[in-house]
Structure formats: C-alpha cells, structure tokens
Design a protein around this ligand. Sequence first.
Ligand SMILES: C[S@@+](CC[C@H](N)C(=O)[O-])C[C@H]1O[C@@H](n2cnc3c(N)ncnc32)[C@H](O)[C@@H]1O
Length: 208
Amino acid sequence: MSLEERASPTNAADFHAEVDDVFERIASRYDLLCDLFSFGIHWSWKRRVATLIASEPWTDLHDAATGTGDVILRVARQGRLQAHQKIVASDMSSRMLALARKRATSIGAPVEFKMLDAHAMPSVPGESVDLYSMSLGLKICERQQVLREAERIYYDPAAIRAELARLEEQLEAGEITEEEFDRQEDELLDRLETAMRTSATGDGTAPR
Ligand SMILES: C[S@@+](CC[C@H](N)C(=O)[O-])C[C@H]1O[C@@H](n2cnc3c(N)ncnc32)[C@H](O)[C@@H]1O
C-alpha cells in the first residue's frame, strides 16, 4: 500500500506515523492534553479499566499502544500482582515509551517495555498472552489488522480446559472412541503446553 493510500483513513482518526508521528511530537505534553481534552474524566475510566484487568486471572498481559503507561502502571500499582504474572507494554513511539519506562522505574513497577507496531508484532510468539489490552489506541489503528494480530498472540487457557472437559463428556457418553479421545486430548494438551512455554520464556524457546 502506498503512503498516500495509508494516509487516507480507514480508521476513526486520521493518524499515520509514517506521515506525521503526532505522539513523538506531543509525548511530553500527552498527559496534560488528556486532562484538558477529557476534562480529567480519562482518569476515572482508566482506573476502572485497570481495576478490571487486575481482577482477571491472567498470567501474561500485553498492553499495546501503552503510551505513557497510564493504564498498565495503575494495574501494577494496585499491588495485587503475583510472582508468576508478567506484564509487557508496547508502543511504536520511542518518546512515549521512554516516559512510561521512567514512570515505571520511579514506582518500581515490574513492566517490560518494547517498541512495537500493534499491526504486526512478529517478535511476539503466537498464543503467548492470556490478556491483551489497548486503551485509546484502536481508533487510530487499522482495527481489523490490530485485532487479527491480537488474536494471533492470544490464548485462552479457560477455553482449552473447557474443550478438554467437553471431550471427557463425549468419551463418557460413548460419542467418541478411546483412540479419538487420546488423539484430541494430546492436541489440546500440546496447545496448552505451547502456550504456557512461550509465555514462560517470551520467545518460544523452552524454559531453562
Ligand atoms: C491516545 S494514546 C493512548 C495511550 C495510552 N494507552 C492511554 O490510554 O493513555 C495512543 C498511543 O498509541 C500509540 N500508537 C499509535 N499507533 C500505534 C501502533 N500502530 N502501534 C503501537 N502503538 C501505536 C501512540 O504512539 C500513542 O502512544
């Protein structure tokens, strides 16, 4: 796709970093601008989003288009993080990320920051996160592409466990043979293991 075509918006807001990376330019004023444009209301709903995220039973959280880290640092600040939980926050603006990293360091929040374009994150293994969040980012991205990429990296352990339970019911009801049960169970356990392994190492290699 040419730059001109990219510049004609198929998203809600006309934002194309290749043409003009607004967020690189306004990074240091971003938080103030949010206050001004939302009359401060953004704090209240970011707090609600963070509380919701913190209450979910995730292991690997990826917050894309994290900006200055408002939402993700609130999650970390809730103080309910457990040792096995890992947070990665990404953004395509180095300046926004630098501010987020500085804030995380100042409060000792265990967040790993990465510079990534949410449309395509090839360095993030498939099925490696069980919670994906994006706040105020979808409207300035190509939604379908970003959602497809989110789906690629997402796995749902509860869904895999539910499939396993369904499979056992089918076996007990005589709807499938022992061999079919073993074959499908192996597949599901492989998927669960792969998801756990890639999320444990972050790069798809076996944990040491
Ligand atoms: C409106 S801010 C939202 C920041 C933060 N999530 C919040 O709620 O305050 C949008 C952020 O998305 C980032 N961004 C825009 N397009 C992106 C893309 N394709 N991939 C990753 N980040 C992107 C910008 O650099 C900016 O930091």
